[in-house]
Ligand binder design. Structure first.
Ligand code: ZN
Length: 328
């Protein structure tokens, strides 16, 4: 059942949001929400990702209590010190098909704009993201233990959903910082063990991308193959950023203006060189996964994004207000 806010609570949230909005010129804050995937039904291995019912009450709450802005417009308002109170923007990373199939109808229902940061190397027939290959393999491997000691890893328990979730998380963390060839070799190995064919239907295709772009969804860049940029030499990093932008522009026929760093932690996943490369590629702004709301003082190519993890509407709204109040 969809969770709804009582009418009085919407009033209170709006009032509180107006009250905490900074009065000083240029001090307005913008909360940029970062979603990835929307699930058709709750998934015990991916319980951090909202299912479509959760997403629906969150969008309804945003439409009733906050000012949801197109991200590119919001950046200009941030720049010109004209940010309205309770300002929020919605983003999705990676380019999952569920943005088209499940999120778009909800966004359209409430008239909300959003931005999708797309990794072009995994689109449609090219396959799945490496983390989803791990997840699908772990989901299907037989009960018992997954012994990867021959690969310099460990022996992972594989029984309950909780154990499988932990195993998938540990393997994902180990894989995240491998070189691209080592990562591909590892996921191939897991697929062979699990006997799972590659899923071909998880990511957006070109037609879906065009449909999104025609329906108030801005398409942003997220590299070609979702590497950790700090693990690449400069030439390869520059190519990942520039090729992805060009590929997306060829599909949608308009400029791609916004970029999100894969994984998004400063110093660990990207650094000042990559921010410069993103600017050189012609992007107007770029986004990290640092917590809190964005302000005019944040560097234009390192704007933070956060998503409340709370599972009740009141706590979800309270956390957004907390960030908009300047707390992290
Ligand atoms: Zn990503």
């Amino acid at each position: 059942m969809t969770r709804l806010l009582p009418p009085l609570a919407s009033h209170v949230i709006r009032g509180a949001g107006d009250l905490i909005a900074p009065r000083a010129k240029g001090a307005g804050r913008l909360c940029i929400l970062n979603y990835h995937r929307i699930m058709a039904a709750p998934d015990p291995l991916l319980d951090g990702e909202p299912n479509v019912e959760t997403f629906e009450w969150q969008m309804r709450l945003l439409s009733e209590c906050f000012n949801v802005l197109p991200l590119h417009d919001a950046i200009q308002l941030l720049d010109s010190a004209r940010m309205p109170a309770r300002a929020v923007a919605i983003t999705f990373d990676d380019g999952y098909r569920s943005i088209h199939d499940l999120a778009l109808p909800v966004l359209a229902k409430y008239g909300l704009p959003a931005t999708v940061f797309v990794t072009t190397g995994h689109m449609s027939e090219k396959g799945s993201m490496w983390n989803d290959m791990i997840l699908e393999a772990v989901r299907r491997l037989p009960d018992g233990a997954l012994d990867l000691r021959a690969l310099g890893l460990e022996r992972y328990p594989m029984g309950s959903a909780e154990e499988r979730k932990r195993t998938a998380r540990q393997l994902t963390e180990r894989c995240k910082y491998m070189s691209l060839p080592a990562r591909a070799e590892f996921t191939d190995h897991l697929q062979t063990l699990a006997g799972v064919p590659l899923r071909q239907d998880l990511m957006l295709d070109n037609d879906m991308l065009r449909t999104l772009a025609a329906n108030r969804i801005e398409i942003g860049g997220h590299t070609v193959s979702h590497p950790i940029l700090t693990r690449l030499d400069d030439e390869a990093a520059r190519r990942e950023i520039a090729d992805n932008k060009r590929q997306l522009e060829e599909v949608i026929g308009r400029p791609v203006r916004l970029f999100a760093y894969p994984n998004g932690k400063r110093g660990q996943d990207y650094d000042a060189r990559h921010a410069q490369m993103v600017a050189d590629a012609g992007y107007a702004a770029a986004f990290t996964t640092a917590p809190g709301a964005a302000t005019r003082r944040d560097p234009r190519y390192e704007l933070p994004r956060s998503r409340p993890w709370d599972d009740t509407p009141l706590m979800f709204a309270a956390r957004l207000l907390h960030w908009l109040h300047g707390k992290v």
